[in-house]
Ligand binder design. Structure first.
Ligand code: FAD
Ligand code: NAD
Length: 464
């Protein structure tokens, strides 16, 4: 077995691990990164990026179909068809390019990448079994755990055959005629909507009484309307009992009625669980926070010089949170005074319409005992939204009543994901309503709704 020594060893090359390694390399810290699959992790290879590629392809296909059906814009096209194998190849091309790009960035930063599965021997020693060649023992001063998460499997609907997780749903060999989605959260709705646009009949079974239960109802109503309009059938407050190819998915309603939903494919998207077992992490006996590894504000675990970031450390399980934590850890190891204490972590759900939540909602502000004002500006009154034929939705701001400090932004509408940068920046910079209201926003843009929401909270919106 080959032996190597390094200052920092990172297990996992997802957005948490690779960002930590690149930053550490930039800071001159000798760094080794071990990745068992592909660089980029869940996010680049089976998560954020491929899902958004598929969502975009589905959106384009649906648009072409609408135009073939007679477009109010005067565009006339022949009835479109879909080559799903080519769609998947296009998506894979993006993944391949980005994963290769991460490899190049790691090389540029001087990080040594070892391809293989890491097994922890102790807090300073890790054995790596590469796919080919000799095993390597890596000794390190600092060990960073960034092993991410995996889909939750339901015992009555195990993955296999027609029952797939998001990973299978992102690389279909063919399109199902009837898809049943279990879970109306992020993945279930993003991919359920995409499959509907690609032509599948889609039914969604959700245990809670509402879709996207993590978001407030005012925000999710436009998504609910869009689902209903597109013909996605929702079964809320229901539990799944099993699947058989003849009848489909067996469902029990809240009133204990039982029925079957015919399906030739089933997407189970009921959450993700941290990857904490199978690679020797148990031997470290780290303090846990429920299922997750407990960390402090510098991402230190309970063991000296063992750090953890990303999905392994809990909610929100989002790529940008993992990246931000990774950067903090590298800088702390380099001796900088850094903490992971963001004012806000943006959350975006890429349904159609998109949903953005940054900071506190009016309900969360109330629950925290803050006396706040909130105001919304509808896209129906925004000129750019009209030119995009996308007038559904609104931007909402939440600010303290006493000093107008902005504590939250929410939006729902087409393309609002891109507003998340402005929302988060305003909160991190401690903006007040007057700062946003007094900033000139380009015309005509959706961003004018941001300024108008702030103006409305101050009682003098112009365009409504
Ligand atoms: P991961 O990205 O999971 O990376 C962990 C890496 O560690 C993996 O590559 C794994 O192979 C490797 N690994 C694990 N154990 C070992 C070992 N023992 N040895 C070697 N390597 C190991 N988030 C967003 O912010 N926006 C989105 O739009 C979004 N969309 C998503 C869509 C889908 C379908 C899914 C599934 C997730 C999505 N997410 C999204 C969540 C996002 O992908 C995760 O939050 C993010 O990838 C977490 O990063 P991470 O670095 O913690 O872990
Ligand atoms: P989720 O937590 O978003 O949604 C899971 C849904 O399944 C919930 O609505 C829950 O009530 C429901 N559910 C749980 N058990 C059920 C059961 N037995 N039967 C029916 N419904 C059940 O989880 P997800 O959609 O699997 O996504 C996992 C994580 O990945 C997300 O929490 C998020 O952190 C991340 N993600 C983020 C994005 C994004 O940022 N746009 C996109 C996809 C995934």
């Amino acid at each position: 077995m080959k032996d190597i020594s390094t200052k920092l060893l990172v297990i996992g090359g997802g957005p948490g691990g690779y960002v930590a390694a690149i930053r550490a390399g930039q800071l001159g810290i000798p760094t080794v990164l071990v990745e068992g699959e592909r660089l980029g992790g869940t996010c680049l290879t089976i998560g954020c990026i491929p899902s958004k590629a598929l969502i975009h392809a589905a959106h384009e296909f649906e648009r072409a179909q609408h135009q073939a059906g007679g477009s109010p814009l005067g565009i006339r096209v022949q009835s479109p068809s879909l080559d799903i194998a080519q769609t998947v190849r296009w998506k894979d091309g993006i993944v391949h390019r980005l994963s290769g790009g991460v490899g190049a960035l790691l090389r540029k930063a001087g990080v040594q990448v070892i391809q293989g599965w890491a097994h922890i021997e102790d807090g300073k020693t890790v054995r790596v079994e590469p796919a080919e060649g000799e095993a390597v023992r890596v000794r390190c001063e600092h060990l960073l755990l960034a092993t991410g998460s995996a889909p939750v499997e339901l015992p009555m609907l195990p993955f296999g055959g027609p029952v797939v997780s998001s990973t299978g749903a992102l690389s279909p060999e063919s399109l199902p005629r009837r898809l049943v989605v279990v879970g109306a959260g992020y993945i279930g709705l993003e991919l359920g909507m995409a499959y509907r646009k690609l032509g599948a009949e889609v039914a969604v079974v959700e245990a809670a009484q509402r879709i996207l239960p993590g978001y407030d109802e005012e925000l999710t109503q436009p998504v609910l309307d869009a689902l209903e309009k597109s013909g996605v059938v929702l079964h809320l407050g229901c539990s799944v009992q099993g699947y058989d190819a003849q009848h489909g998915v067996h469902v029990r309603s809240a009133r204990a009625d039982e029925f079957a939903l015919p399906a030739d494919r089933v997407l189970v998207a009921v959450g993700r669980k941290p990857c904490t077992t199978g690679f020797g992490m148990e031997s470290l006996q780290l303090d846990m926070a429920g299922r997750f590894v407990a960390v402090d504000a510098q991402c230190r675990t309970s063991m000296r010089n063992v750090w953890a970031i990303g999905d392994l450390t809990g909610d929100p399980m989002l790529a940008h949170r993992a990246m931000a934590q990774g950067e903090v850890v590298a800088e702390v190891i380099a001796g900088k005074a850094r903490r992971f204490e963001p004012m806000a972590i943006p959350a975006v759900c890429f349904t159609d319409p998109e949903v953005v939540v940054v900071g506190r909602t009016p309900g969360e502000a109330r629950a925290a005992g803050l006396d706040c004002i909130d105001a919304a500006f509808p896209f129906a009154a925004n000129g750019r939204a009209m030119t995009l034929a996308a007038t559904k939705g609104f931007v909402r701001v939440v600010a303290r009543r006493d000093n107008h400090l902005i504590v939250g932004w929410q939006a729902v509408g087409q393309g609002v994901a891109e507003l998340s940068a402005a929302f988060t920046l305003s909160i991190e910079m401690g903006a007040r309503l007057e700062d946003v209201a007094g900033t000139i926003h380009a015309h005509p843009t959706l961003g004018e709704a941001v300024q108008e929401a702030a103006l409305r909270a101050l009682g003098h919106a112009i365009h409504i």
